[in-house]
Write a protein that binds this ligand. Structure first.
Ligand code: TXE
Length: 482
């Protein structure tokens, strides 16, 4: 495969240093291709290009920018299968998932913000003989830094509103999953998006990401990734008074109340626990079950987890592929071992040596879905983000105890509650210290809604008007009426 290159000022180029990194197929351990190991010099070149393009792009009308978003959605739609295959190869996720989630949502992100932009009207406020007009202008040049779990999905989730609001972009995808960002740059060039509006700089976080965050002329930073990295990003950006959006880690609770219809929800609960090998910040990694139904639930859940088809991500029948890398496989396995050390019992799965996946290369970062029970809800395994196919089961005796357990981590991103009574579920959801709660569903996404977390799960919200507000500056113009 051709090398991945930086995309700066409408042209593809290597890092000025000439240095490269390898991107690896996690299912085989094979090197797919190389990507630039860029530095602050490349970030400087990209930022200069973005600044040069800034005033002309800001002067385009919303109608023109909406047309560009539609063109991007159309182009990604044409490339849907290519994008799915690239994403699956780069991350080890099953091709079926890459089609259904990554490729489809990347198209939807551009389509949604185009349509949202068409419908959006700025409010006016009249009082004291005056009319107040809210005037929206771009931040200018923004930095977008994104992770490896949903590479194009999370990059386009930021690119679409940033462009809609008239900003120019310096983006940095994870060094572990550069392929689809590179494809997006190819699409940008193919459809003729004005040069300098979108720039892509590949490389290591502390070298390229850090350079973006600390660049004085990149005035807004939208970051999705780990909480520990988010702290570094925040510490750098805050004293520079940059706008900052942080979508970080999570340790989400799936709460099964005593009246939950177990016959109907098991597949959804497995999906909520193990989608993308548990590498979705919204996955439920702790399952809290009313003690009166715990044993019945446990048997059904373990049986349903046993039906997951683990294997070659290119096979249509595969429903779980690998985790992102051998390093991450080892991190996740260390938590499985910790879970046992902390008193947990493995009900299904285990480390790759204890529960090897059949008929896959040993170089592949495969891990079976693992369920542990018997752990305190305050154990490290039950409170630290693992970000892999590992779930802990816990029981509670009443709703107050379930709320206390669900809120007992330093994270606060998402949660779900399962019950026969939706009003009971809605009331329960209001007691969870999270940014998102699903009742009898999971990953049900209306893109107009606020998306984000509290505590160590981040700062700010993305989605609909929240994205427009992040990626623009507001001026209130008060006009005294004659
Ligand atoms: O995130 P990182 P990764 C969590 C999950 C996962 C952990 C690490 O726990 O195990 O984060 O995942 C760039 N300045 N989530 O490695 O390291 C980095 O190059 C600026 C939850 O993806 O935070 C990449 O492009 N940038 C999350 C991006 O930050 C830096 C989804 C994310 O990398 C940097 C993914 C620095 N100093 C992981 N260091 C979610 N909430 O969805 C790294 N980067």
């Amino acid at each position: 495969m051709d090398p991945v290159l930086n995309y700066i000022d409408g042209a593809f180029m290597a890092a000025q240093s000439g240095e490269t990194l390898n991107t690896v197929n996690p299912a085989t351990g094979d090197v797919i291709t190389t990507l630039p190991r860029s530095s602050s010099k490349d970030v400087e070149t990209a930022t200069t290009a973005a600044l040069r393009a800034s005033s002309k792009w800001a002067a385009t009308s919303m109608v023109e920018r909406i047309q560009w978003l539609h063109r991007l959605a159309d182009a990604l739609e044409e490339d849907h299968e290519t994008i799915a295959r690239l994403e699956s190869m780069d991350t080890g996720k099953p091709i079926s998932l890459a089609r259904r989630v990554d490729a489809s949502r990347s198209v939807a992100n551009f389509r949604f913000f185009a349509e949202f932009g068409e419908q959006h009207e700025e409010p006016t406020f009249s009082d004291h003989g005056a009319v107040n007009h809210v005037h929206r202008s771009p931040i200018g040049c923004v930095g977008l830094i994104t992770p490896w779990n949903l590479p194009l999905y999370l990059l386009t989730w930021k690119v679409a509103p940033a462009l809609l609001m008239g900003n120019t972009i310096v983006a940095k995808p994870s060094e572990l999953s550069p392929l689809t960002a590179h494809h997006l740059a190819n699409v940008m060039q193919r459809i003729g998006l004005p040069k300098g509006v979108f720039n892509l700089v590949h490389g290591l976080g502390p070298e390229v990401g850090q350079a973006i965050v600390e660049h004085p002329q990149i005035r807004g930073i939208s970051f999705t990734g780990g909480t520990s990295t988010g702290k570094i990003v925040a510490a750098t950006a805050a004293p520079m008074f940059k706008k900052i959006s942080l979508e970080l880690g999570g340790k989400n609770a799936t709460v099964v109340l005593d009246d939950a219809p177990l016959d109907e929800i098991m597949d959804d609960l497995v999906r909520a626990s193990f989608t993308n090998s548990g590498q979705v910040c919204l996955c439920g990694s702790r399952v809290l079950v009313d003690s009166s139904i715990y044993e019945d639930f446990k048997g059904r859940f373990v049986k349903a987890v046993g039906k997951i088809v683990i294997g070659d991500p290119t096979e249509e029948s595969t429903t779980m592929g690998t985790v992102i890398s051998k390093d991450h496989q080892q991190k996740v396995e260390s938590y499985i071992r910790l879970g046992v050390e902390e008193g947990g019992k493995v009900l299904i799965g285990g480390t790759s040596s204890e529960a090897p996946v059949d008929n896959v290369p040993s170089e592949g970062a495969f891990l079976r879905p693992t369920v542990l029970e018997g752990l305190s809800h305050t154990a490290r395994t039950a409170t630290e983000e693992i970000f892999g196919p590992v779930v802990t089961l816990h029981s509670f005796d009443n709703e107050d105890e379930a709320v206390a357990m669900a809120n007992a981590t330093e994270y606060g991103l998402a949660g779900s509650v399962w019950t026969n009574d939706t009003q009971r579920g809605h009331a329960f959801g209001q007691r969870l210290d999270t940014g998102i709660v699903w009742v009898n569903t999971w990953l049900n996404r209306d893109l107009r809604t606020p998306f984000g977390g509290v505590k160590q799960s981040g700062v700010g919200r993305e989605g609909g008007a929240w994205s427009l507000n992040f990626f623009s500056e507001l001026t209130n113009i008060c006009v005294l009426q004659p």
